[in-house]
Design a protein around this ligand. Structure first.
Ligand code: KG4
Ligand code: ZN
Length: 351
């Protein structure tokens, strides 16, 4: 059993969490005692996207309050925790450094081990929080604002190898991530940042077949995705509708059609990999996993159970970082001061 303080500052959410990791009949249980998150969305909205400098300056102001809040809600002190887990890659470098520096200071002053966490391992782990029903082998579709990855994972998290993300990767987006595709096309249609949830909402009642929009990399044998062609197609369609004075009356149909163009390859390729590999579960994680149509399509089309994180763990949060930290801590990845004082943050995924 271990109690982990998790810290996440890789992008526009400043988050801390206290999470209990224990085993019941040999099965890992991840129980969050608290999650405290300050979302910066309103700060970035006037700019139509995340401004890195604004993000890191705000993390600097919020990191201490969210940690104190998480400890207070869980009614524990840092001394009660067995380790501190912090996202150190990938993400906005200035934003990551705030979390890493705060974690180092806290670990040093309380003499606790520090566990560096890969943000994408955190997203994979988000589905296990409060859920012990995931059966392996499993296919994981990770659809966040910055990444679209398809993984095939054979074993329980406590057996995951150090290079899990690389060795289990079957496909990824070669250009925009699915979340990025939602956000960029939503911006073209005049929706505020982040646009995914608006497209989801405005697609309700719209006809997904109303507009013919491109599906990237349709080749059945490739597990990669491409969404960059969609922006131009949506822009041209929007211009035509403006000329015809029909943009407003067609917004729901256009949203439903572009949503379908993003979701169709995601669902098809995930189910194809699951069938080929005879997976027992499909797990869908990351911000886009909150999408209602994505969930409906999986329900209709998958013949194995499809598992999602609780909605509050779909977007960035420190509970998933604490969960990934708990696994790596159990495997011996907790660093002592002489090692973690030189720990760095990295902007790119495979550092
Ligand atoms: O996982 P996340 O918090 O960010 C990264 O780690 O990158 O995901 C944020 C992304 C944004 O692109 C946002 O538009 C998208 O998730 N998103 C959605 C929905 N809710 C959030 N996309 C489609 N439908 C939604 N309901
Ligand atoms: Zn994320």
């Amino acid at each position: 059993m271990s109690l982990i303080l998790g810290i996440e500052t890789s992008c526009d959410e400043c988050s801390a969490s206290i999470l209990l990791h224990e085993k019941k009949a040999g099965v890992d249980q991840f129980i969050p005692l608290s999650v405290s998150t300050f979302t910066q969305i309103e700060l970035h909205q006037p700019f139509g996207g995340v401004v890195p400098e604004v993000a890191s300056r705000n993390h600097l102001e919020q990191v201490q309050p969210v940690i104190l809040d998480a400890l207070k809600i869980a009614k524990v002190s840092v001394e009660d925790c067995d380790a501190i887990a912090v996202t150190n890659r990938p993400g906005l470098i200035g934003a990551l450094l705030v979390g890493v520096t705060a974690a180092k200071a806290l670990a040093y002053s309380t003499n606790k081990p520090l566990v560096p966490v890969h943000h994408l391992e955190g997203h994979l782990m988000s589905a296990f929080i409060g859920n012990s029903s995931i059966k392996f082998p499993a296919v994981f579709l990770m659809v966040s604002g910055g990444h679209t990855h398809l993984h095939f994972i054979e074993e329980q998290p406590h057996l995951w190898k150090k290079d899990l993300l690389k060795s289990s990767l079957y496909g990824h987006s070669i250009d925009d991530a699915a979340g990025e595709a939602f956000d960029k096309t939503a911006k073209l249609l005049g929706f505020p940042y982040p646009g995914g949830k608006w497209i989801d909402e405005y697609s309700v009642g719209g006809d997904p077949a109303a507009f013919q929009l491109p599906r990237g990399l349709k080749n059945k044998d490739s597990y990669d995705f491409s969404f960059s062609g969609l922006k131009t197609a949506v822009m041209l369609q929007t211009q035509t509708l403006i000329k015809l004075g029909k943009l407003e009356s067609s917004t729901r149909d256009l949203c439903a059609s572009l949503q379908e163009a993003i979701l169709e390859p995601l669902v098809k390729k995930t189910i194809h990999l699951s069938n080929v590999k005879k997976a027992k579960t499909i797990v869908v994680v990351g911000g886009v996993s909150a999408n209602s149509r994505l969930r409906a399509k999986f329900t209709q089309e998958s013949n194995v159970p499809v598992v999602y994180p609780d909605l509050k763990y779909c977007t960035d949060n420190a509970a998933m970082i604490a969960a990934a930290g708990a696994i790596r801590f159990e495997q011996g990845a907790g660093l002592v001061a002489q090692d973690y004082l030189t720990l760095n943050a990295f902007a790119v995924a495979d550092s």
